[in-house]
Ligand binder design. Structure first.
Ligand code: ZN
Length: 442
């Protein structure tokens, strides 16, 4: 497989660190001279704007949080005048105001290269036809991947999300070879395609998935249904969008584009930087942004960094697929639970489909003042045949309960429901139903 920018993607680590320090100091100067919010954070932390002597010194700088974006909505974080901004994007939050990201021409050019890198890593080229089934609009996924695909010369089919029948028709008629979607929508598309027996009529060979996490089991299911190889990519609107990191063909971690982003892992409770290999919250400092320079942005995503050399030859550090968001992490009876752990158990099992919902409830305990949270895992059966066999159903339920208990270290309630009863998602999946603060839980 090939590299889009071979020299930059394989820079010796020592040279890479020099480049990072140089760009970090340029970013600090940009922030000091052209921002008020970010400069204010530096001043509050007692920093005088002097260049750092080493990359480790970044640990003395303050974090930037999503809160800053909210407090200075809409564009208070921007470091360039409005006439230099050529594009705005926003987070896909369903409630409240979105978090806004902005781009200069140079920011857009950089973004195109970041996307081209992750596509090129699985052999996407000008010969491909890429079906973009990400939502277009404020969400960075649609336009981000679209312009990156055009940048490498691929033919782009901008389908956006939804209207599954038409998606599959166009996929077949246009001979799409690359599918770009959230993994949950790709899963849904792949199920419908499998039902219709379309696999052999489609020319798809690559999937580029992003916008949310994808467990290895979920990926295998999609790959089998569609006969493709899929990679995951990662990014946040605040940090440009997709392209911050992406898997190479080895699919053993996502290479962070380290010439443009400096990653750290911290303990989300104490803010202390953790050594490589330890699991914690990902903090990213973009090193090349013009419109929106940030220092140490707390992503809330839980992962870990692996500095070992990769077989693909890229020298950029790899991050694990995101295990969950620190804000999505459920704490049930004192145990940390991520929905992705549950998914990894369910997707490998016979008789059940990949669709599930998690219900969190608060129960009153018998002891005085006692309240505790419980988790119910609702799982959809793959076929209706088991519904008639009570003993088999009970057996399956018990097996799921046992496997979840061994992975999570926690007893959960398991309910099996008939096929096609759990809502399907065309964008990001919503798996957790939190009933703790509603009357329904009492
Ligand atoms: Zn690699």
């Amino acid at each position: 497989m090939s590299l889009w920018q071979p020299e930059l993607e394989t820079l010796p680590r020592e040279r890479l660190r020099e480049l990072q320090l140089e760009r970090l100091n340029r970013t600090i100067r940009h922030i000091w001279e052209h921002t008020t919010v970010q400069r204010g954070l530096l001043e509050d932390a007692g920093y005088d704007g002097a260049p750092l002597r080493g990359l480790e010194d970044i640990q003395r700088l303050p974090f930037t949080m999503k809160k800053e974006f909210h407090d200075h909505y809409p564009l208070g974080m921007f470091a360039v005048p409005r006439e230099r901004i050529v594009r705005l994007h926003g987070t896909s939050g369903t409630t409240g105001k979105p978090t806004m990201g902005g781009y200069t021409r140079a920011d857009i050019e950089l973004w195109k290269d970041l996307i081209a890198r992750l596509a090129c890593a699985v052999g996407v080229s000008a010969e491909d036809t890429a079906q973009v089934s990400f939502g277009y609009g404020l969400f960075t996924g649609g336009f981000g991947l679209h312009q990156g695909m055009e940048h490498i010369g691929a033919t782009v089919l901008p389908m956006s999300s939804g209207n599954t029948e038409k998606q599959l028709m166009m996929m077949e008629d246009m001979g799409a070879t690359v599918l770009i979607a959230t993994p949950s929508y790709a899963l849904y598309l792949s199920e419908v395609a499998a039902e219709k027996g379309l696999k052999d009529r489609l020319k798809l060979r690559v999937g580029l998935f992003g916008g949310e996490g994808c467990t290895p089991e979920m990926r295998r299911t999609i790959e089998n249904n569609l006969g493709i190889i899929a990679t995951n990519n990662y990014g946040l609107c605040e940090l440009t969008g997709p392209g911050v990191s992406g898997e190479c063909a080895e699919r053993d971690g996502l290479h962070v584009a380290e010439d443009h982003f400096y990653p750290e892992i911290i303990d989300p409770d104490t803010g202390k930087v953790l050594p490589y290999g330890e699991k914690g919250e990902l903090v990213i400092t973009p090193l090349s942004r013009e419109a929106l320079p940030l220092l140490r942005y707390r992503t809330r995503d839980i992962t870990r960094l692996n500095p070992e050399p990769c077989r693909c030859g890229r020298t950029h550090i790899r991050m694990d697929p995101v295990l969950g968001r620190s804000d999505d992490m459920l704490i049930i009876k004192g145990v940390n639970v991520f929905p992705s752990q549950i998914e990894s158990v369910l997707i490998g099992m016979e008789h059940i489909g990949p669709h599930y919902l998690l219900f969190v409830r608060r129960e009153e305990a018998a002891s005085p003042g006692g309240r505790y949270d419980t988790l119910e895992v609702q799982v959809e059966l793959a076929g209706a045949e088991l519904l008639e066999h009570f003993a088999l159903l009970e057996n399956l339920r018990e097996t799921i309960r046992e496997r979840l208990r061994s992975i999570l270290g926690l007893s959960v309630k398991v309910t099996l429901v008939a096929p096609q009863t759990i809502e399907r998602f065309q964008g990001k999946a919503k798996r957790v139903v939190d009933l703790r603060n509603t009357d329904a839980s009492r």
